[in-house]
Design a protein around this ligand. Structure first.
Ligand code: NDP
Length: 472
């Protein structure tokens, strides 16, 4: 018998995806550049289902039923191109190559266009949930043609996480749409993690609470509206004790955050699209700041207040600030998805994205259901912030949110995520922005012209002359 699907690239992610497929009763062809991993998979997990191990690309391709479905799960970048170059000549018209790695969506667009010319479907697919997700049910974001989704969707939906029986997998849109949405998912993940870290820092430094106490606070929050995977694991990490020293684990970890790149891709892309994803950008920059060991050392003597414990409603206030800032980060991310969808003609359904992120992925959270409802109600929603539920949540949180940002500033505790989210909120709701002054400045030094509030047209002031206004 032939395999319904094949996976090439059997490191942690590929191996677990292959096992997930096999556990669901599919016959899975498996292949890896070095045969060792393939052998290991079959030896260790062969009993879980039907695997067809292949030593060569030719054997792998020959073991697949048609149209062939080849899932690539290798290191993103050059490795993906190398694998495509190896397999594409062996495939026939109508066959599908699914790139489930973390590719940049522009690479996916390029690859899709090239393979289309050869009659092959290329399906750039976002997969989130890490190792465990790949095995037990990830969130899956496939791009590519509608036709390819017809042949591939049922298999992917089968192995995806489920919420009330609904799979966390949906066709996102053509060519690079799937990888784009996965990228923004990761950007939102950066923002969410940064906000949670700021909440912890405030509770620690301004609240005077121990990591174990803060773990309890997060546990409590996890059963409320903030309920999410990231809040849950935060409680676990904060509650963990280092075996070697007996200290709180968080106190023995070097405070320099690393990154693999999807966060900065999100921000770079947002800059190109002109979408203000300030929450995601601050999160990427905060990681970069933390990693700048030598500049931090040079600046360690800069004057500032020493944080002291403030009483009052800090814990409740921080919960409000966290929820409001989180809503802003998601609102920005969704706006970026909508902007890209318009730019590239992807026709992405934002409500469907919220639906498939409800489980399986790293940003799975209770409140995604509210995002789904908001977009299902109004697919053309200008911003999540103006949806009834979110408007009320943020409106109700704003006083506490402001108190938290003030406390952070007064105590000298960096809270760039909370502060930038609040500034975005105030910027959006402002009746007048100082952008008017910026237009004046631009007109002054560069004759860039401006528009008026009271008349159509564009205008310029003869700044160096008699300062009269002329049509621009
Ligand atoms: P790695 O990113 O560590 O990649 C290792 C795999 O790539 C091995 O199978 C390796 O083969 C193969 N490979 C590397 N270079 C080549 C090449 N030139 N030609 C052929 N094969 C090559 O594995 P992961 O499982 O961690 O991740 C796979 C993909 O999934 C990546 O794109 C990653 O970004 C993405 N991803 C990872 C997540 C995670 O939590 N780890 C979550 C979501 C997505 P060999 O054994 O022969 O060296």
């Amino acid at each position: 018998a032939k395999a319904q699907i094949g996976v090439t690239g059997l490191a942690v992610m590929g191996r677990n995806l292959a096992r997930n497929l096999a556990r669901h009763g599919h016959t899975v062809a498996v292949h890896n550049r070095s045969y060792g991993r393939t052998k290991e998979l079959v030896e260790e997990f062969g009993h879980e289902g039907t695997f067809l191990p292949a030593e060569t690309a030719e054997q792998f391709v020959a073991s697949l039923e048609r149209p062939r479905r080849v899932v690539i799960m290798v290191k993103a970048g050059k490795a993906t191109d190398a694998v495509i170059d190896e397999f594409a000549p062996l495939l026939e018209e109508g066959d599908m190559i699914v790139d489930a790695g973390n590719a940049h969506f522009a690479d996916t667009r390029r690859r899709e266009a090239a393979l289309k010319e050869r009659g092959l479907h290329f399906v750039g697919t976002g997969v989130s949930g890490g190792e465990e997700g790949a095995l037990h049910g990830p969130a899956i974001m496939p791009g590519g043609s509608k036709e390819s989704y017809e042949a591939l969707g049922p298999l992917l939906e089968d192995i995806a996480a489920k919420v009330d029986g609904e799979p966390c997998c949906a066709h996102v849109g053509p060519d690079g749409a799937g990888h784009f949405v996965k990228m923004v998912h990761n950007g939102i993940e950066y923002a969410d993690m940064q906000l949670i870290a700021e909440a912890y820092d405030l509770l620690r430094q301004a609240g005077g609470h121990s990591p174990a106490e803060i773990a309890e606070v997060f546990r409590g929050w996890n059963s409320g509206r903030l309920g999410s995977y990231l809040i849950e694991i935060t409680a676990e990490v904060l509650g963990h004790t280092d075996a070697a020293t007996g200290q709180a684990f968080v106190d023995v970890v070097l405070d320099q955050a690393q990154q693999k790149g999807t966060g900065s891709w999100t921000v770079q892309t947002a800059l190109d699209l002109g979408v203000p994803v300030s929450g995601i950008a601050e999160a990427v920059f905060a990681r970069a700041l933390s990693g700048g060991a030598s500049v931090r050392e040079a600046a360690a003597g800069l004057p500032g207040p020493t944080p002291s414990v403030v009483g009052g409603s800090l814990v409740e206030d921080v919960e409000q600030a966290l929820f409001a800032s989180k809503i802003v980060a998601y609102a920005q991310g969704f706006q970026q998805i909508q902007a890209a969808s318009a730019e590239y003609g992807w026709d992405i359904d934002p409500g469907a994205m919220a639906r498939i992120w409800r489980d399986g992925c790293i940003i799975r959270a209770k409140f995604l259901e509210h995002i789904r409802v908001a977009y299902d109600k109004a697919p053309e929603l200008q911003s999540l912030l103006v949806d009834d539920y979110f408007l009320e949540a943020v409106g109700g949180a704003q006083e506490a949110w402001r108190r938290v940002v003030v406390t952070a500033a007064q105590q000298g505790i960096p809270a760039p995520g909370f502060a930038t989210a609040l500034a975005y909120y105030d910027g959006l709701r402002a009746k007048r922005l100082p952008a008017a002054l910026i237009q004046g400045q631009r007109d002054f030094f560069g004759a860039h012209t401006y528009r008026r509030t009271d008349r159509e047209g564009s205008f310029h002031v003869l700044w160096a002359g008699d300062r009269s206004e002329v049509e621009g």
